[in-house]
Design a protein around this ligand. Structure first.
Ligand SMILES: Nc1ncnc2c1ncn2[C@@H]1O[C@H](COP(=O)(O)OP(=O)(O)O)[C@@H](O)[C@H]1O
Ligand SMILES: [Mg+2]
Length: 303
């Protein structure tokens, strides 16, 4: 099975900042892998290392059997990347943007023209093909960048925060496109929108301060989380006694209790017996993330 594998990837920048700390994992290179983490978690650093733009301080990685350090030219033929800071050139058209990228990658004029046209059609950009990028909406500009890497026939596509800053409608449109691309290529995307990972990623990795703290399908992350259930109580409700649970209170006064199945069961029974209103759901990616990353969660009994 084709895989992307990282072994102890560590990156220490010149100012001694450790951006990645022994990151090791392995994912199948099919479908969509979503790497989530807060700003500064190390997402871009990891993507740039895998895309052979940056050398790790320690460790190694391979993509479909090709070593990123010793076979970087071969790796580059197989991958394409839209970096976080990428912007479509204002005075070029989408057609020129895709076409010139393909020429740069080594395609002949004829192939570049054919692949550019196909890619623009696939992303629904034909009507904008000859309009200046500067005249396009933010969502359409982002689609142009994706059309560019798509056109290249790369097997592995890295997208660093492809939907950051887009309005919710454009974001959803892009999700549809990415799901479609994910059927035939491997997409490695980073995001800090948990909903995005939940909606489109087949597998998810959580990065915290340069360390990979969890990886798997949403179901696997849920299983490996210490807490599988979330119970919500309306404001001013007395919180029942808890043994092993994490409690948070939202700004609007709702109390959230995250706990494992046995305790969730006994809390739910107690609340029902006392006629107290509550809701109970399996933990979401948000819940898992905030628990692992340690934000907003206050342990036990503190309410
Ligand atoms: N070129 C650089 N030089 C020094 N520090 C950097 C550089 N790039 C990123 N960093 C630092 O490394 C850490 C991880 O950054 P980054 O990989 O950009 O995280 P993310 O993409 O998750 O926001 C941050 O603390 C950031 O400030
Ligand atoms: Mg980044």
């Amino acid at each position: 099975m084709a895989k992307l594998e990282c072994n102890g990837l560590t990156k220490i920048y010149q100012d001694n900042r450790k951006a990645l700390d022994e990151v090791s994992f392995s994912v199948e290179t099919s479908g969509i892998f979503g790497l989530i983490g807060r700003n500064g978690a190390g997402k871009t650093t990891l993507v740039r290392i895998l895309a052979t733009e940056l050398e790790p301080t320690q460790g190694s990685a391979s993509i479909n059997g090709l070593n990123i350090l010793t076979q970087e030219d071969k790796v580059r033929e197989k991958i394409a990347i839209v970096p976080q800071e990428a912007r479509a050139i204002r005075w070029m058209t989408p057609k020129q943007t895709v076409f010139s990228y393909l020429l740069w990658r080594g395609y002949s004029m004829r192939d570049a023209k054919r692949l550019a046209d196909e890619s623009l059609i696939k992303l629904g950009l034909q009507q904008y093909a000859n309009v200046l990028n500067s005249k396009l909406s933010g969502g359409t500009k982002r689609k142009v960048l994706i059309a560019t890497v798509m056109a290249s026939e790369a097997e592995v596509i890295f997208l660093d925060e492809p939907t950051t800053g887009l309005d919710p409608i454009s974001r959803r449109e892009l999700w549809e496109i990415l799901r479609d691309i994910g059927k035939t290529r491997f997409i490695f995307l980073t995001t800090h929108y948990l909903e995005e990972a939940e909606q489109i990623a087949d597998r998810i990795g959580i990065l915290k301060d340069g360390r990979l703290v969890s990886i798997g399908t949403l179901a696997e992350l849920r299983k490996s989380s210490p807490y599988q259930y979330s119970i919500k109580l309306p404001p001013k409700t007395q919180v029942p006694p808890l043994k092993d649970a994490a409690v948070t209170v939202s700004q609007s006064g709702y109390t959230q209790i995250m706990t494992h199945e046995a305790e969730a069961f006994s809390i739910a029974r107690l609340l029902s017996e006392q006629g107290i209103k509550f809701s109970i759901t399996p933990v979401t990616l948000d819940d898992i993330f905030f628990h692992l990353v340690g934000q907003k969660v206050r342990e036990n009994h503190e309410t």
